[in-house]
Design a protein around this ligand. Sequence first.
Ligand SMILES: [Zn+2]
Length: 341
Amino acid sequence: MAQGRRVAVAPYFDAPVCAGSVASFDAVVERIEGESGLRGRDLTTFFWGPDAVKNCASDTAFSCASPENDEVHGYVASLSHEIAHVIGGRVGVTASVVEEGFAISHGDICVSSDGAQDRLHSIREYVDLANDEIHGSGGSTIAGHFAIHLSRIYGPQLWSDFKAETPPGVTADELASAFEAAYAVSLDDAEREWFSEAPEKVCPPAREPVTMWTGHPLTLTHDLDCGAVDTLGPFDRTIAVFPSFDDSDIVEAMYVQHRVAVPFVDKWHVELDGPAGARAIFYGFDCIDHGPLSIEQEREILAGDAVDLPMDACTQLIIIAAPPDQPARVELRITRTEGGA
Ligand SMILES: [Zn+2]
């Protein structure tokens, strides 16, 4: 068990947990505390891995939280969402629609309303639904979309005030009153503005810097060391790939990650130097900043390889990894191929 300042990690796998990953989990707790204005418990336990999900009440859950025990279960991709449930639990568990809006707005993924028609619902309509029903009905997506939209206009703390006054069993009228008390605007007016102004897809603020790149030769050199706070590991592929409920989602490795804005569509010459087992993994982000991809969008380069790789003009997630048993220097070089204008 690895322990940071705010998160204890209980892995359901044998791969070593690197210091940088533990530090990044601490940072999630502190970020959500800052956004929500709520103070979580001193220590939250993260049960990590495919078998951890078996602790969840729902058979189809990808992850879950137990706010009463300060525990989260699942993968890194949903860690922010589940830790938000734990921190949000400090003002009490609430009506599921308000609870999910809170967790989604402090999570990492963009939410799409799937066309304007689906948005023509008041969140009042979901007030009586239980947790399973709220996910099945799309109510959690609607609430998350609304909460992120409001967060961008009014700041992220007001949903915490709203949440504090909407316990399970709250009526639709009480929900509307609690909303108006928190936001100083009626729920009807706020929803009207949301219907007409919010884009179909809304995203929480980007939390990782993106390397802007003009296309000049790019060299990324890293001294990876699993005991150092700038080195993550193991590689939880759910941060990039849509979850498959597969043991291979957790890859034994130490790694760093970069988000690089590729300036134009081209074939790029990519070379990787490093010890045996070192690799660079590229994920096209389809010109958006967040969100899981399918596995077809993953491209892997091994140490010693020199390949020409087509890349779209969008933000790419690049993982630079090596086996975790000993410190390693890994260098990735990217240049335009000949013939590039
Ligand atoms: Zn949730």
